[in-house]
Each structure stands twice: as structure tokens, then as C-alpha cells.
Design a protein around this ligand. Structure first.
Ligand code: NDP
Length: 289
């Protein structure tokens, strides 16, 4: 008998991840936060709607959360009401890209109540979420990971255990720092190529076969050229991720990440809800002026 799974955070990532759990035969419990559409969509595919996150916590064996950031993680997971609804036989799989400190705080509170926790952020974007090909970066005890591995496999292709609680969030922050910097580098290359009258297909093909290649140049150049900035992954979320990396540095200098953070903060003022590749808009404007 498969576990009952409660899912909180039905956004760009959570909705397709939850759909994959249904496809793999899990009993799924959801509730409306503000937007009813994902709950309606999941109900049509077999999910059960409950009235609150507390009801989900009481009903499920495994609770999955993938929320925007630290503050939502704290609001949802550290509320007295959810803590009293969760009994020690439950497991929390926390998949938000949050900070290691907040994850450790939640981990400490939960383990003091005997609730087991896996810190399990993901990479692979909305396409990976739809196709069930995400990468999971898991922090926590090995036996907890083994117990929930089948659930993770319904959503992910690669699952790594990277250390204890907080280590998943830490390696995710490292990935996002690199991804955020690489995105800016690709956008700058596109702007300079334009100035130098280098065709974008040439840029993509030749650099793609050379030492300047990057995942962002390969996968995001077309978005920049077509200016199709529908998220995807919101620029405001990338700002949050680079900010986590910079704040984790605690005195260590990260000049590129600090510069990237400034640029994402500026772009967020106008383009925060666009795809993160919209950082190219502000770079282009600077370039033209
Ligand atoms: P979205 O903004 O699309 O979705 C966030 C979801 O959380 C919404 O469904 C929202 O519900 C829900 N939510 C917010 N606050 C609460 C709350 N207090 N209680 C219950 N539900 C709440 O974000 P994404 O799905 O894009 O990202 C989620 C996390 O995954 C982030 O940490 C992000 O950095 C990370 N991530 C995102 C990727 C991407 O490509 N998008 C890739 C990898 C990781 P409502 O809309 O109803 O308010």
C-alpha cells in the first residue's frame, strides 16, 4: 500500500510534481492557498481536496512542501496548528529553495517532536517537474531518504544525498549562485554578439562547441532573442537564491555573486515576475545608453 501524500505549494513546480505523484498511484491531499486552479486541476486527476494545511498534516503519511522562500516555509511549517496536527509517525519532505539556517531550524523543531525530515530541494525547472526528471539534492538521515525514495522517484531522475539537514539547501544555493551568474554571462554575450553583428545561431553553435559554452547559453539564448519571458522560474526567485548564497558567505568575498545580486535586485523592480532570463532586458538597456 502506497503512502498518503499531502502536498503544499502547488505553483510552477509543485503542480506538475503533484501530478506525477498521482500518475504513480499515490493518494494525494491538497488544499487551496489563494489560487484555486491547481487544486481543481489535481482534483480532476484524482486528488482529494481538504479544507486546510492542518487537515492535510493530520491525514497524510508524508507531507511535501515546495513554497517560495524561507518566510513561507516558516509560516506554514512552524505554525502551532500544523505542529499539533503532525504526529511522530509522519515524514516531512521539504523541497523549497530556502536557506540552510531556516531548514535546520525546522529540522530541529520537527525532530524534537519525533517527526522525520528530509531537506530535498530540486533542480531541473518546470520542464523537469513535468517530465519527472528533476534532480533532488537531499540532506538528512540515510534511512529517511531510503523510506521516501519511491516518492522522490515519481518526480525525479537523479537523487543525491549530500549530507545532513541543511546540506540540501546549501548545495542548492551553490547551484543557484552559479546558475544566476551564468545567466548574466550568457545575456552579456548575447548583447555583445549583437553589437559585433554576430548572428545568434552562429553564437549558439560555435560557442556551444567551444570553451565558453554553458547550459544557460545553450538553453536560454532563444528566450532572450524571442523575448518570451513567461516564467518558468521567476526572476524574483533567482534574486532570492543568489541572496541566500551571498548571505551564507559570512565574510567570504564573492565578487561575482555580489554583482549578480545587485543586477537581479535592480531588474526585479520591473521584471520580478518574468522568467529570470529577463535579466537580459536591463543589460541591453545599459548597453544601449
Ligand atoms: P510559484 O510562485 O510558482 O509557486 C509557489 C506556490 O506556493 C504557489 O502555489 C502558492 O500558492 C504557494 N504558497 C505560497 N505561500 C503559501 C502558503 N503560505 N501556504 C500554502 N501555499 C503557499 O513558485 P515555484 O513553484 O516556481 O517555486 C517554488 C520553489 O521551488 C521556490 O523556492 C523556487 O526557488 C524553487 N524552484 C523553482 C524552479 C522553477 O523553475 N520554477 C526550479 C527549481 C526550484 P498561491 O499561488 O495560491 O498563493
Amino acid at each position: 500500500m502506497k503512502e498518503k501524500v499531502g502536498f503544499i505549494g502547488l505553483g510552477a513546480m509543485g503542480l506538475p510534481m503533484a501530478e506525477n505523484l498521482l500518475l504513480h498511484g499515490y493518494e494525494l491531499y491538497v488544499t487551496v492557498n489563494r489560487n484555486p486552479k491547481p487544486v481543481e486541476q489535481l482534483k480532476r486527476k484524482g486528488a482529494a481536496e481538504l479544507r486546510s494545511v492542518e487537515e492535510i498534516a493530520a491525514k497524510c503519511d508524508i507531507l511535501i512542501t515546495i513554497l517560495p522562500a524561507d518566510s513561507e516555509m516558516e509560516d506554514v511549517l512552524l505554525s502551532e496548528s500544523i505542529l499539533s496536527a503532525l504526529s511522530p509517525d509522519k515524514i516531512l519532505i521539504e523541497m523549497t529553495s530556502g536557506s540552510p539556517d531556516t531548514m535546520k531550524k525546522i529540522g530541529d523543531v520537527y525532530s524534537s517532536k519525533g517527526i522525520r525530515v528530509l531537506d530535498a530541494p530540486v533542480s531541473g525547472g518546470t520542464i523537469g517537474a513535468q517530465q519527472g526528471t528533476l534532480t533532488v539534492m537531499a540532506g538528512g538521515e540515510e534511512d529517511v531518504l531510503e523510506q521516501v525514495r519511491p516518492v522522490l522517484k515519481a518526480m525525479a531522475q537523479k537523487i543525491y544525498r549530500v549530507g545532513g539537514i541543511g546540506a540540501g539547501k546549501a548545495i542548492k544555493a551553490l547551484n543557484q549562485m552559479l546558475a544566476g551568474i551564468h545567466m548574466i554571462a550568457a545575456a552579456e554575450a548575447a548583447a555583445l554578439a549583437d553589437k559585433l553583428n554576430i548572428d545568434n545561431t552562429v553564437l549558439k553553435e560555435v560557442i556551444g562547441a567551444s570553451s565558453g559554452a554553458s547550459w544557460m547559453l545553450e538553453n536560454k539564448l532563444d528566450t532572450i532573442i524571442s523575448q518570451a519571458y513567461e516564467p518558468g522560474f521567476k526572476l524574483s526567485l533567482m534574486r532570492k537564491d543568489v541572496e541566500i548564497a551571498v548571505s551564507e558567505a559570512r565574510g567570504l568575498k564573492l565578487p561575482l555573486a555580489e554583482t549578480a545580486l545587485k543586477l537581479y535586485k535592480q531588474s526585479e523592480l520591473n521584471d520580478g515576475d518574468k522568467d529570470f532570463s529577463a535579466i537580459a532586458i536591463s543589460l541591453q538597456q545599459k548597453h544601449d545608453s
